[in-house]
Ligand binder design. Structure first.
Ligand code: SF4
Length: 180
């Protein structure tokens, strides 16, 4: 699934995540030069492209699916990507964002925008994407080809995953996985 210049076209995104998985990606440190020879980052917070392009080889999706915007991004990336990786525990299981599931979306909005606000309370529905009733792991919304757990996944694991995908293999890393 490698593109015409021989490099894997990789997109990354964070949905409802803390960006820690992307920070771990950056922790690849000097190996980033090796990765640069193998992949083109064609979309994501690490680069400045505004539109999700077509013909993505691998999408690394951090974060759970918590609102309508997350859902739309996940669906668009799925439609444009050959392989989707659930990148980190929030994407794999819901993890931290799903802690709101026990009380529901309305209670969370109330707490954030009414109960704890002295001036101009009220949920800014015009600018805040609508919350889904339940926070979902990625696989509940789109087909996921590979789960890369960890909170965050280690830089070594991310590097190994990309190297194996570049070699056209399904990563065999189960013995090295660590949840949480
Ligand atoms: Fe942050 Fe951990 Fe979720 Fe990654 S898995 S987005 S590091 S909370």
């Amino acid at each position: 699934a490698v593109s015409t210049n021989g490099k894997l076209r990789v997109a990354t995104i964070w949905l409802d995540g803390c960006s820690g998985c992307h920070m771990s990606f950056l922790d690849i440190d000097e190996n980033i030069a090796r990765i640069a020879n193998l992949v083109d980052i064609v979309y994501g917070p690490l680069v400045d492209f505004k539109e999700i392009p077509e013909n993505i080889d691998v999408a690394l999706i951090e974060g759970a699916v918590s609102n309508e915007e997350d859902r739309e991004h996940a669906l668009e990336l799925r439609a444009k990507s050959k392989l989707v990786v659930a990148f980190g525990d929030c994407a794999v299981t819901g993890n931290v964002p799903s802690m709101r599931n026990w009380c529901g979306a309305t209670a969370v909005l109330d707490r954030a925008y009414n109960e704890n606000v002295d001036e101009q309370p009220g949920v800014p529905y015009q600018v805040v994407p609508g919350l889904l009733p339940t926070v979902l792991p990625l696989k509940e919304v789109i087909k996921v080809d590979f789960h890369l757990p960890g909170c965050p996944p280690s830089a070594d694991l991310i590097l190994e995953t990309l190297k194996q995908l570049c070699a056209g293999r399904t990563p065999q890393l189960t013995s090295r996985f660590c949840f949480g």
